[in-house]
Design a binder for this molecule. Sequence first.
Ligand code: GLU
Length: 317
Amino acid sequence: MQELNVITGRFAPSPSGRMHLGNIFTAVLSWLSVRSRGGKWVLRIEDLDPLRSKRHYSDLIEEDLTWLGLEWDEGGQEGKGSNGPYCQSRRGGFYEKALEHLAALDLIYPCYCTRSELIATNAPHLSDGRRVYGGMCRPVRFGGRCADKPDNRQPRAIRLYVPAEKTVAFSDGVFGDIEVNLGCEVGDFVVRRGDGAWAYQLAVVVDDAMMSVTEVMRGCDLLQSAAQQIYIYGLLGRRPPRYVHLPLLCNTHGQRLSKRDGSLSMEALRKDYSVEDILGRIGYISGLLAEPCRATLRQLLEVYDERKIPCVKQIIV
Ligand code: GLU
C-alpha cells in the first residue's frame, strides 16, 4: 500500500565516479527540502550503464552521504524499504512492464538509424544545439515515411512517438513556469536501446512513480528532460512529482564540475575540510547563508527556504 501525502524526495546518483561538490550540492538541498517538511528521502543508485557503473563508486556514494550526515530512509544498495530494489540495474522487469504498456497504446516503434545517420539527419535545436530526432524510422501510422523494416538490420533503439504539436508545461520550484514543445524540441525519443539497455527517461519515471516520489530535485541540465518525463507519466496514467531544478556548479572555465575537477571531489574535500566547512559552503552557494561560514545540517534546516536558491543556470565555484 502506498503511503499517502508523505513528502518524498530522492537522490539518484550514477555510480560512475566519486561525487564532487556539485553532486553533494544537490544531495544536501534535496535532503533539506524534504526534511524541513518532515518528509522522507530515498537513495536510488542509477547504475543503468553497465560499462560506467562501478560497485566501488556506489559504496563511496553511501560512505560520503553518511559522512555528511545525510541519512536516507529507503534505498541504497542494501535496499531498505518496500519499494526496492533500489539499484536500477535490478529493476529491468518493471521497465519491461512499462514498455509493454506503451506498446499496448501503440506508441513505440523500432529505430534502425546508426549514430552517423542520426547525426546526418537530426536537426540541431536552435537554442542549445541538442539534436531533434529527424523521424527517419517513424512509421507511416505516425505521419512518418517508414513503411518497412530495412533489410538485414537490427533495431538500434525503441522510440516513443511524440505528436508534432505536443507541448508540456509545468511549474518548477526554482525556474518557475516552463513550457517545452516536445514535438519541435525533442521529437520521438529513445526508451530502450537496441542492446537492451533501458533509457534513463523511462527508468526514472517508473522508479519515481513506484517509489511514490513527490519531489524531484536535481541539476537544471535535466529541465527539458522533466518535460519528457511528464509526457511518460501521462501515458502511464501516473501523476508527476513536483520538480525543482538547481543551478549547475561550474569551474572557472564555465564548465560543469566533473571528475576532472579533482580539487572539488569528495576525496579531496574530505582531506582538507570538515563536514561543517563543506555544509557551510553549500549553504552559502545556495543562498541559505548570507556569508561563507561553517554550518551544521541542523542550522541549514532552520534557514532552509527554496525561494533563496538562485534562479541561474550556473554558479562558478
Ligand atoms: N542519475 C542522474 C545523475 O547522476 C540524476 C538523474 C535524476 O535525478 O533524475 O546526474
